[in-house]
Structure formats: structure tokens, C-alpha cells
Design a protein around this ligand. Sequence first.
Ligand code: HPA
Length: 279
Amino acid sequence: MANSLQQNHSVQAAVDFIQNIQGLLPQKFQSKVAMILGSGLGSVTEQAEVLAEISYNDIPGFPETGVAGHSGSMLLTLMNNHPLIILNGRIHFYEQGEADAMAPVIATLKALGIETLILTNAAGSLLNSAPGSVMMIKDYINFTGQSPLFGVADNGRFVSMSKAYDAQYRYHLRQIAEKNDIHLAQGVYAWMVGPQFETPAEIRAIRMMGADAVGMSTVPETILARYHDMKVAALSIITNYGAGMEDVRLSHEQTLEYAPKAAAKVQILISGFLDHLYS
Ligand code: HPA
């Protein structure tokens, strides 16, 4: 199967389509920052001035989305007066078993001039972070055996992952959190395939192996962004403790209930981060 990263013509069609819409805006819009919103974080867009909303379904080559809480659209926005492309909704590996589902999206962002990708997700806590809090990802462990770069033929596929999440960005986000009295933990994110939640035994195992939070996304997008030489910052919204750590039945509804509780904190962090990136 040809990897969708290699379908340059469809990336160009997506870029042309989006740039046409940018050209219709009353003011010039050129963003160097994009953000992918995780489950239940849609309210972060309420703080942004939305100049245009484009459904993924209308963008040539973009994948279709289907999870509740992910509406699937690209927003051209100003947040705190800074240009920001918001991707409201992502495609997960567990939807069709395709680790490269987001490849056309990330390639399009690169072609649009994006230099910084901010990833957000909902995640389960393995120890220290309580539901409703935010954990900045400092590193990941890929427990899926998958890569979005399977099928890519060029030597660029041998991407170094030793600095997956930019250390300077983490420093600045810590500073912004401190200034705004937001408790911001840092930890290691474990990518699990899903869509089923983990067993208590899996949670104990991945905790022993060094993970602090667990989720079903973000890592393939990190790999794709690093392949395209974009810098990455990532925030996990803790929506629950890992399976077996407390006596509740995990559900997607719980994720959608808890994620909005941290949306205001995420918005403050992103707003300050944009001030830094555009300074
Ligand atoms: N496990 C995996 N993904 C998740 C969880 C979890 O506990 N919570 C939110 N997303």
C-alpha cells in the first residue's frame, strides 16, 4: 500500500483549497502554528476569533472523522490576536487500523508553512496527575507496534525521536503555567491502540515501564510532525485514573465530561505560548 505521505498531488490540492479560502479573508492570514484539539476540548475554540471554518470532508485528500466529540474541521483563527490553525478533531489509529490516518493533514500543515504543532489529548493518569489536571508530555512510549511511516521509502523515515517534544517549548510552557498559577505536571505518555480501555494488568505494566499517562492518540502525529521537521508541544488533559486504580467504569462519556474542566487552563497556556512564539 502506498503511504499517503507520498501522495504529493493530493497534498497540493488540499493546500490550494485552503489557500483559496485564506485569500477570501478580509485580512492576510499566515499562521506558523497549528493545534490539534483532543476529545472534549472543543470549547477552547470559543476563546478564538474564528475567521473561517472548513470541514475536513470538503478538503481534498483529508480523512473523514467519526468519533463523538470530534467534529472534524479546520479553523483559521486568531487567538489573542495571533494566527492559529485549529484542527478540531483527529483520526485515530483505532478507527480503521491506519496509523498514517493523519498523514495528509500533517503534510498539508507543513506545506502551509506551519513550524510548530501543538497536540492535545485526553488521557488516563497512572499515578500523580488527578482528573481535571493537565500534564505536559515530555516523552512517549509507543506500545502499539505501529508507525505512521510504514511504507515511506525515503531515508527521512529514520526520524530521530530523542527530542520528540521540544525542550525550549516545555520550559516556556512551564513558565506560563507558573505565572498563571496553573499546576502543570510533566510526564511520559503511553500510546495504546484502543479503542478498548486498558486492563488493570496493562496499567500496572506500563506504569512499571515508565509511563505517567495513557491514551490512544498523539504519538503518530508527533512522529509525522518530526518527519516533517516541525517542533512539537503536547498537553494531556487527565480525564480519569487508569483502569483498576479506582472503582469507576471507564467510558468515553467520562472523558467528554472531564476534558472541558481543563479547557480553560489549556486556553491560558496556549494563549501565552502564542505570545512567546510570535514575539
Ligand atoms: N486510557 C486510554 N485512553 C484514554 C484514557 C484511558 O484511561 N482516558 C482518556 N483517554
